[in-house]
Design a binder for this molecule. Structure first.
Ligand code: CMX
Length: 434
């Protein structure tokens, strides 16, 4: 058994009694009440999900296993010659809560290499799809198609006990995650680069190999590592994480669950917002032509979007109430690597104006930028200008967090999810309306 799997098993064994005790001795303790606004309004703020993998504070932003983004980047072993850590070490960290040593990280790097080969039928399936299919549809279909590989489904059919669930779930999650860079890069090269896929380089790590298969030079390998880590997890209530968790709660395997989560990520209010930001910004640039952008012009464009009933993509958040540290982290990267890029400068100017406009507009509870406001700028700079691909990059990253979560869901025996619905009449009765 690998060091990661052994460590994970020890953590699971230590954690199980905590959940059992909470349920047995304190199951009736209230965490809060549910209001009518919450029942109608997408369960905003209702505390009914449990995860130890990340926690989102509205003002501080995300912490992965207790660490902020800068602390996470600082703590994890880095790829030699790179500024960012191995994604494989981050996977170890999310699963176990322990920062791996370089040796433990490299063990995962080697383990992933043995799992990374994508079955040929996945490529056949992708090739059979019309080329104008959205890359998120292709990505989701490729993941779903591999369901026949599931260890969990096979072991379940053979009859395993509940206490064993985590093991094939871990195997499936690792197998699936290791294949995602190759699938994503294949979609990109097939769809946008005249069908010229690049074979994997077995000497490279997760992020390095992705950059190689995309056909983009350094420091795009670091861009990939940063992206995948930043987009990995945002506690459990967001659509992609919650969907993955919900589907897996029916004991559907990782392939079914992740494919569903990716479908949720493909919505414009969630992950697709990164492509929408670029679409919006490019339209503004086209309009500007040779004219220098000014705050007045940007303000006018923002108001036009709002007045036409659309949202400002990349701004606002259901939980956050400040600038997303994932935005800030990418901004720091831009300041270091592309400070004079015109698109970066424009996005920066939007950042000066949009919060004020959204505040004046008076609807959004959070007028500050989220992760998606900045991410396309970096991709564009390194030549990935096909912005409908951006959400696939988010998806590869998001898989790390949601797969780690559903391994733990099975380890801790979380049951099938089944909240209760009520009728409008019941709400009216509760409100005392005649
Ligand atoms: N532009 C315009 N209006 C906005 C807005 C924005 N960026 N953000 C919120 N609002 C509006 C909402 O549409 C809502 O309007 P109605 O009352 O007419 O329905 C009102 O403000 C209140 O919304 P909220 O409570 O502040 O935000 P929600 O929790 O309902 O939604 C989110 C959160 C992210 C969907 C929303 O802010 C939004 O649509 N943002 C733009 C899309 C985006 O960037 N999504 C990516 C989020 C990060 C991610 O998941 O990837």
């Amino acid at each position: 058994m690998s060091t990661l799997k052994q460590t994970l098993f020890q953590k699971i064994e230590a954690h199980r009694p905590r959940i059992a005790r909470l349920l047995k001795e304190h199951g009736d303790v209230e965490l809060g009440k549910v209001t009518i606004a919450q029942a109608i309004g997408g369960a905003r703020g209702v505390r009914c999900l449990v995860t130890d993998i990340s926690y989102l504070d509205p003002y501080e932003g995300i912490r992965f296993r207790g660490k902020t983004i800068p602390e996470t980047f600082e703590a994890l072993p880095k790829v030699p010659g790179s500024d960012y850590p191995y994604v494989e070490g981050f996977w170890y960290f999310l699963l176990t809560g322990e920062v791996p040593t370089m040796e433990q990280t490299l063990e995962v790097v080697e383990d992933f290499k043995t799992r990374a080969r994508v079955p040929e039928y996945v490529y056949d399936l992708l090739r059979a799809m019309p080329r104008d299919t959205h890359p998120m549809t292709m990505f989701s279909a490729a993941i779903l198609a591999m369901q026949r590989e599931s260890n969990f489904a096979r072991r379940y059919n053979e009859g395993m006990t509940k206490f064993e669930y985590w093991d094939p779930m871990y195997e499936d999650a690792s197998n699936l995650l290791a294949k995602l860079p190759a699938i994503a890069a294949y979609i990109y090269r097939m769809k946008y680069k005249a069908d010229t896929p690049i074979a994997a380089d077995p000497t490279l790590d997760f992020g390095g190999n992705f950059a190689h298969m995309m056909g983009i030079d350094k420091p795009y390998d670091d861009v990939a590592r940063m992206y995948f880590i930043l987009h990995s997890d945002h506690e459990s209530g967001n659509v992609s994480a919650h969907t993955t968790h919900l589907v897996a709660s029916a004991l559907s395997d990782c392939y079914y669950a992740l494919s569903a989560g990716i479908n949720g990520l493909a919505g414009p209010l969630h992950g697709l917002a990164n492509q929408e930001v670029l679409r919006w910004t490019q339209a503004l640039m086209d309009r500007l032509g040779d004219q220098e952008p000014t705050e007045e012009v940007i303000e006018k464009a923002l108001w036009e979007t709002l007045n036409s009933g659309q949202v400002i993509p990349g701004y606002g958040h259901a939980v956050l109430r400040k600038t997303d540290p994932r935005y800030s982290s990418q901004r720091e990267f831009c300041l270091k690597h592309l400070p004079d890029d015109p698109l970066f400068k424009l996005v920066n100017m939007v950042y000066q104006v949009a919060p004020k406009v959204l505040q004046e507009h008076g609807k959004a509870k959070n007028p500050w930028p989220n992760v998606d406001a900045q991410s396309g700028v970096i991709q564009w700079y390194y030549g990935v200008k096909e912005y409908d691909f951006y959400t696939v990059l988010f998806g590869v990253g998001r898989a790390i967090g949601v797969l780690a979560n559903i391994v733990w869901d099975r380890a801790l025996g979380y049951p099938i999810e089944r909240p209760k619905s009520v009728t409008t009449e019941m709400l009216e009765q509760a409100a005392g309306i005649d």
